[in-house]
Write a protein that binds this ligand. Sequence first.
Ligand code: NAD
Length: 237
Amino acid sequence: MIQEARIVAGFTGAGISTESGIPDFRSPNSPWLRNKPIAYELFLRSAKARREAWRRKFAMDDLYRGARPSTGHRALAALVASGRMPAVITQNIDGLHQESGLGDDQVIELHGNGTYAKCLSCGRRHELDWVRYHFDRNGEPPECMACGGILKSATISFGQAMPEEPMRRAQKLSAACDLFLVAGSSLVVYPAAAFPAFAKENGARLVIVNREPTPLDDVADLVVHAEIGEVFSEFPT
Ligand code: NAD
């Protein structure tokens, strides 16, 4: 199917990073479900919630610091390099697609990126080491160095609006592709999970590689219930 395709859209979820050592969201003993998520509105309203969000963020970063791209990330990077895949649409926030060699224009991040912080007022990027230095010293996250605004990890929290430009790019690629390749997503998080269904309705073939069944298995052209590393190590590029 890849060899027959003109334009392949890649679509990844937390499952592509488990072989990099980062647990996914819904599998048993998920560290992400240990605490109630801090909704965006609460983050804006409460300094205490912001402190707690940053405390959790740095604790998680310490656990998964050395994570390197997996076989799946590398196979998708090779597909992009081959010219068949313009970009990978990802729900992940770990930056591992970029680490596997993709440029920012080749990764469409629907849920943002947890490897840096952004000011919620002026949008200025801040490096996490700097935020952490101040957090560790003062017990408080610093303010934006440009405008004094609130800093937040550059991810999309529950209740926060989806980022417009990535949503537009994902929509465009889903409409243009003739093969839509899902790797490691439960396909239950919306609106992200609408893209594979949309591509299929627009005439693309839909392939899903995931350990467990997903709600879109019934409409897919090919479903592979297996480990990503095993499947992607044999990928043609
Ligand atoms: P999910 O946890 O809901 O689903 C992951 C799927 O991948 C599961 O169905 C699981 O069975 C499958 N899977 C796990 N390891 C696999 C492997 N080695 N081979 C094959 N299949 C495997 O994740 P989701 O669909 O991405 O949605 C969860 C949300 O959580 C997303 O919004 C994402 O932003 C966020 N999240 C991101 C990360 C990350 O950036 N690495 C980690 C956890 C959660």
